[in-house]
Design a protein around this ligand. Structure first.
Ligand code: 26V
Length: 813
């Protein structure tokens, strides 16, 4: 499976180097070290190799800078060993030294520098760019505390600080000498000299942005790229020396901590918590620091070649990709630097910015589109705001007034509106490419969310269906299955995921099928052990493992899944002849701190778990587990063990989803709505290898437009079954752990079931029953499961990145 890069010539060589590194780094012998220290030294050794690794020439002389406020990189060690092709040597060496590689990997921190899908996508893209030999770098924030750690107390989510840097982070290097200054506030001053005039920004708060670099190692060590994460520190220029000298240390220290606050915490992306000034500061800091650095090195590398035409060539060599609207200030900031500091003409600067920048949208929910009050914005970023205002003014002035619906179109697309800066419009206006993340999602952007832009300039729009790192989520996460695949079709699939198609020949091969079952059984046992250890809940591995793991959000409808469990429970109690397929329902995911409804759903799941798991009448058939603190590392235990993949958002709500792809790749069968990338999974695997249920997007639209959906009717019509479940939310059935669920009841009755849980309920439960019925035929199930893996190569982020490179960045890959 492993191709050997020349990092270590043999196991013995590895052991020698590892021992030496222990002494040089910690001045102790290997045997004297704790496992945590042993991990630290091993990771440092690999990191130092990465930094000095001689790589193949990267493709072309164009670089991509992927700007994202989130990079959910997860643990790196195992993935880097795989990419360097030294996993086997290191594994054997560690075993010989006395601590298994798995034990060392268990010591690694799981940096939570992202919320979920969006941040993990950015990390997968870095992996794929490096694997494809693209010079592609990440630009983001080094949050001192990542996303909170989730604990469950009395069924409730409790948030704890994630001190991921506690034991140091061996992969990063602080690059103090590459620090740059970023200014907030102050005044804009106009200067004039004859005809010529220019602006400077005076005063304000000057912040030092310090980069920390993390090497990104491509598969087979082909390329080592860089992830640059920024941290905010007080600039000497600005340090309150007067206060310090006057002995007012408290004041001086407060200043320091106010500045550092900018890179202290990661904001939730899905709680509608826009409008916090600190978030705006984060957005500007990483945009400005990133751009300053890129322009500096561009000037150094190409200044001589292009002379006074330098900046016109920026987009020949630099692509700035903006992940959602969080880096939307890239456009005006690039203009500001070009105009104010490089003396470029305004119109030309706008042209350069547009040619360089591209934008990916990740949600269609109108309430999720970022907006900032103009007053806040102008006060914090006075000079930047002038550029936005001027671009907006020119946009309005040149808007084609001969179009039929021009007033409406202009009101939809202008940057400034109703006292706010609309970041999605800012992103579109400054980009030469706008893409959605699944075919369905891009269609919805074009037809509704960004419709006026699409009508004005359809050529801007394109779709780039998301992908995942198949090396991490199959190769690393599922070692037994990955080994079986390598033994069967070779290891070419690690660099070319489409080769997984070769598995189609083995879908009915008895020995392959048998080995598939064995791998799945091993994965299920590994997860069951983990769940027992972390929650105390025992799962029987003969049960179907039915998995829903993702952020908690109303539109993702974990509630619908809970309703199904309660339905099965009630029916079993009412009718002893009703015997559903024995199933373990496994949930995991975090809810944003301030998102009360989502947190109540978590509490509901834990309450249902408590009732069901302790009821001897049903608990040989139904088990419910909530795995706390969903993160990259625990995800890698969950995906391989799954047999049913729950993807049940209401149609038209989930932009793409990526856990659907990770689960499919690991041989789980999707039970889902026709939403996001589920549509493409369905096209690829065929209708007999997926279970689709529920309303389609058009039906949801029609239902909402018609205004005649009354959730209460569905409740009244079926008090025995569906109505009963709703009643159980408040009648004490589930209350003994921590009380009733009135707010969930209100969501269904008072808020008229916005997410159509009751509407899709019957179709969903029927689909589940049919799917679990099918599970009884072990061979047929295995055939469908293996077929899912065989078709999943399309969802490698290598494919996605090739498409970005071809259509948006114009790089050969
Ligand atoms: C944000 C908000 C904020 C206000 C309340 C409603 C709401 C709903 C969703 C969001 C999501 C923000 C962006 C995001 O994380 N999108 C996710 O991006 C993934 C990668 O493309 C994709 O797979 C997910 O479907 C999409 O939700």
């Amino acid at each position: 499976m492993q191709k050997k890069a020349q990092l270590f010539t043999s196991k013995e060589d590895f052991i020698n180097q590892y021992r030496e590194e222990c002494e040089s780094l910690l001045s102790k012998k290997y045997d004297e070290l704790q496992p945590q220290e042993r991990y630290y030294v091993l990771a440092s050794l690999i990191a130092s190799k990465a930094k000095n690794f001689k790589v193949d020439a990267k493709k072309g002389d164009k670089s991509v800078y992927y700007f994202s406020l989130e990079f959910l990189i997860g643990p790196l060690l195992d993935n880097y060993l795989l990419n360097f092709g030294i996993r086997d040597i290191v594994k054997e060496g560690c075993a010989e030294l006395g601590t298994t590689l798995d034990d060392l990997i268990a010591c690694e921190a799981d940096p939570g520098l992202g919320n979920g899908g969006l941040g993990r996508l950015a990390a997968c893209f870095l992996d794929s760019m490096a694997a494809l030999g693209i010079s592609g770098h990440g630009n983001g924030m080094r949050y001192r505390y990542g996303l909170f750690k989730q604990e469950i107390e009395g069924g409730r989510q409790v948030e704890k600080m994630d001190n991921w840097l506690e034991h140091g982070f061996p992969w990063e290097t602080r690059k103090n000498e590459s620090s740059v200054l970023v200014t907030f506030g102050g005044q804009v001053v106009r200067h004039q000299d004859g005809e010529r005039f220019w602006f400077t920004q005076e005063g304000g708060e000057v912040i030092k942005a310090v980069p920390y670099d993390v090497p990104i190692i491509g598969y087979e060590g082909k390329t080592v790229n860089n992830l640059r994460l920024w941290s905010a520190e007080p600039a000497e220029e600005n340090f309150d020396l007067d206060a310090f000298n006057a002995g007012d240390y408290a004041k001086a220290m407060k200043f320091r901590s106010d500045v550092e606050a900018i890179s202290q915490i990661l904001y939730p992306n899905d709680a509608g918590e826009h409008g916090r000034i600190l978030r705006l500061k984060q957005e500007y800091l990483f945009v400005s620091a990133g751009l300053q650095t890129i322009l500096r090195s561009f000037e150094k590398n190409y200044g001589e070649k292009y002379g006074d035409k330098l900046w016109e060539h920026l987009s020949d060599h630099v692509c700035i990709h903006t992940n959602d609207t969080h880096p939307a200030m890239c456009g005006p900031e690039l203009m500001r630097i070009l105009v104010d500091e490089k003396d470029v003409d305004f119109d030309l600067a706008f042209k350069i910015a547009r040619a360089t920048i591209s934008y990916t949208n990740h949600t269609v929910m109108p309430e999720a589109l970022e907006k900032w009050p103009i007053n806040t914005f102008r006060e914090l970023l006075p000079r930047l705001y002038m550029f936005i205002e001027e671009i907006d003014r020119r946009y309005r002035d040149t808007f084609p007034h001969d179009r039929d619906n021009w007033q409406e179109e202009l009101s939809q697309t202008a940057i400034l509106w109703d006292g706010q800066v609309r970041m999605a419009n800012l992103s579109v206006i400054f980009s030469h490419s706008v893409n959605g993340v699944s075919a369905l999602h891009t269609g919805i952007l074009e037809a509704s969310t960004l419709r006026s832009f699409y009508e004005l300039s359809p050529e801007l729009f394109n779709n780039k269906t998301n992908g995942i790192s198949h090396r991490r989520f199959l190769g690393n996460a599922n070692p037994k299955y990955a080994r079986l695949i390598c033994d069967t079709i070779g290891d070419g699939w690690l660099s070319d995921a489409t080769q997984l198609e070769k598995l189609e020949k083995y879908e009915e091969d008895p020995s392959f099928v048998e080995e598939f079952h064995k791998a799945k059984a091993w994965d299920k046992q590994r997860l069951a052990d983990y769940i027992k250890e972390t929650t105390g809940t025992a799962l029987d591995t003969n049960m179907v493992f039915d998995v829903q793991v993702k952020r908690f959000h109303a539109y993702k409808r974990q509630l619908l899944n809970v309703f199904k469990i309660l339905d099965l429970y009630n029916r079993m109690l009412a009718d002893s002849s009703f015997q559903p397929r024995p199933t373990a329902f496994i949930f995991s995911g975090k809810a944003a701190q301030s998102y009360d409804f989502a947190k109540e759903v978590i509490r509901l799941i834990n309450s249902v778990a408590d009732v069901v798991n302790n009821d001897a009448r049903v608990n040989q058939t139904l088990r419910v587990a909530f795995v706390p603190n969903f993160a990259v590392s625990s995800a890698q235990l969950v995906y391989p063990a799954a047999e049913i993949s729950e993807q049940i958002s209401w149609a038209g709500s989930e932009a793409s989803g990526t856990s659907n792809m990770k689960l499919m790749m690991n041989g789980a069968i999707t039970l889902g709505t026709y939403d996001g990338a589920n549509v493409e999974i369905c096209d690829l695997v065929g209708e007999e290898n997926i279970k689709i249920f529920g309303l389609r997007t058009e039906e949801v639209d029609a239902l909402r437009a018609g205004g005649n959906y009354w959730a209460r009717d569905l409740y009244d019509r079926d008090r025995q079954r569906l109505g009963r479940i709703v009643d159980e939310l408040v009648d004490g059935t589930l209350a003994h752990l921590s009380g009733n669920f009135n707010s969930i009841m209100d969501e269904l009755h008072v808020n008229n079931d916005h997410d159509l849980v009751l509407k899709d309920f019957y179709s969903y439960v029927d689909a589940w029953e049919e799917l679990t019925e099918f599970y009884g035929d072990r061979d047929a199930w295995a055939k469908a499961a293996i077929h899912n893996t065989a078709c999943s190569g399309y969802f490698s982020s290598d494919r996605t990145i090739r498409e970005y490179a071809r259509d948006i960045w114009h790089i050969d890959a």
